[in-house]
Write a protein that binds this ligand. Structure first.
Ligand code: PLP
Length: 480
């Protein structure tokens, strides 16, 4: 048999082997929901670097064996930890092809289909999220990098307005740029700001209410403060607070920020998708008037990791911030879009394929229905849990996030200990997975309902398990 044919057989066998493992995993997600510890996972993978190479099938079998115990059931219907989408099978299939095709998505000449899929998916994203159609979209690794890109465009634009070309002259010696941001902004936004030269101590932080959103009067005070001055200004808001799911008051903020000449950037990693759901869109009123937005594909759109979108109304500011030379702009009238002009990376995977595939698979109605379903499930879970003595839901459930406090009638310190014990019991029980988060100085269990596969029966079973775990924790506490 000619060598080439033999290799074709081998490639097919190898890929089919991986596909069988993947299908087995996806049709029977691991139980319990929790993974082994990191130290156990390292032991599973450990060994010395082999001197000689090994055959593909053996390596893949070993990968499956080594990874197994350390896999969290994040794609399953009862995984409520962090804010993690379900890596939908249609996106997964598209992502396999993405890897198989191996397109380098730097530009439209090297990868015409990859570039084109981004062009069309970008248009669809703006449509479904109801954002200005003239905006440009960069396909990045996630919302952290999306905020980095949006804020880089913001930095360039507000400095350009005072005659400083940051892309050419850099930040040293530039007029100071002030940043106004809510006290409960996501940690990743502070990282993005840090990469851009805005240290945490230099930010003007705005006091928030019980839902973690900026108080309008505190925002107004920050905007007109001496510290804000009257120079270049960026305002960072949030659509979907990580703990409560709540939205900053954009209808109040955006107009005032613009009147002051500020750029408004919105972190909407998951919450921006409320705009795709008619019954929740009101939460995000005014968001569409901002200047840039960060959101994720790998949360509510259920794309595989990694996938986020940096959206900027002023496409030229976007491109200037992400191209190497400030003076470089492709010739006017060019219709091709080069993916690398909108993101930090040059070589990267083709994220447009999975995004395009999932937008087609769900459609506008499917996305709206999924967001609505998760929000209804969050309310149901909150109701079921609140029926149990000693459990309190401490956020107003406006979206898909539920914050649960155990020992709610106990003194705060004791409530913290009981809450941590209840979280550990829930994780050990394995019916569902949820983690802990500190909210306003106190521990809570955070339940994020965002996986496509979650059904009402999963919510009921999870609520029952959480109540059962809490009863045993409460009993043990009384017995002490
Ligand atoms: C998840 C999240 C982020 C960070 O997004 P990544 O995709 O992890 O980079 C930022 N903000 C909020 C509100 C989030 O939920």
């Amino acid at each position: 048999m000619p060598e080439h044919e033999e290799r074709q057989d081998e490639v097919e066998a190898l890929l089919m082997r991986a596909a069988r493992h993947a299908a087995a995993y996806r049709t029977a997600p691991p139980a319990p929901q929790s993974a082994s510890t990191y130290a156990e996972a390292v032991r599973a993978f450990d060994g010395v670097l082999p001197e000689e190479g090994e055959g593909g099938p053996g390596v893949i079998e070993d990968l499956v064996r080594c990874a197994g115990p350390g896999l969290h059931a994040t794609t399953g219907p009862r995984f409520f930890g962090w804010v993690i989408g379900g890596s939908h099978p249609v996106g997964l299939a598209a992502d396999w092809l993405t890897a198989a095709w191996g397109q380098n998505t730097a530009n439209h000449v090297a990868a015409p289909a990859a570039a084109a899929s981004e062009t069309v998916a970008a248009r669809w994203l703006l449509d479904v999220l109801r954002l200005p159609p003239e905006s440009s979209v960069g396909f990045v690794t996630g919302a952290t990098m999306a905020s980095f890109v949006g804020l880089a465009a913001a930095r360039g634009a507000v400095l350009r307005r005072v005659g400083w070309d940051v892309e050419a002259k850099g930040l040293f010696g530039a007029p100071p740029v002030r940043v106004v941001i809510g006290d409960e902004a996501h940690a990743s936004v502070f990282s993005a700001l840090q990469y851009l030269g805005f240290g945490a101590a230099s930010l003007l932080r705005v006091a928030t209410d019980a839902q973690g959103v900026m108080r309008p009067e505190a925002f107004d005070a920050a905007l007109s403060s001496d510290a804000a001055g009257d120079g270049p200004l960026i305002v960072v808001t949030q659509a979907g607070q990580i703990n409560t799911g709540a939205f900053d008051p954009h209808a109040h903020i955006v107009g005032r920020a613009h009147a002051r000449g500020a750029w408004v950037h919105v972190d909407g990693a998951f919450g921006l998708w409320a705009r795709a759901c008619p019954s929740r869109a009101g939460l995000a009123d005014g968001v569409e008037r901002a200047d840039s937005w960060a959101t994720d594909g790998h949360k509510w759109l259920q794309t595989p990791f990694d996938c986020g979108y940096a959206i900027v109304r002023d496409a030229e500011a976007h491109r200037r911030a992400m191209t190497i030379a400030a003076s470089y702009l492709p010739p006017a009238g060019g219709t091709e879009r080069d993916p690398s002009h909108y993101v930090p990376e040059l070589s990267r995977r083709a994220r447009g394929f999975a995004t395009w595939a999932l937008l087609r698979h769900f459609g506008r109605a499917g996305i709206a229905a999924m967001v609505e379903r998760h929000c209804v499930q969050a309310r149901l879970l909150a109701e079921l849990l609140e029926g149990e003595p000693g459990i309190a839901v401490i956020n107003e459930v406006v979206l898909n996030q539920v914050l649960v406090r155990f020992g709610a009638d106990r003194p705060e310190e004791e409530g913290d200990a009981l809450t941590l014990a209840a979280i550990a019991a829930v994780q050990a029980d394995g019916t569902c997975f949820a983690g802990g988060a500190k909210w306003r100085g106190r521990w809570a269990m955070r339940v994020s309902i965002i996986g496509y596969a979650t059904g009402e029966d999963d919510i009921r079973a999870s609520a029952e398990a959480i109540r059962r775990c809490w009863r045993s924790v409460a009993c043990a506490a009384v017995g002490r």
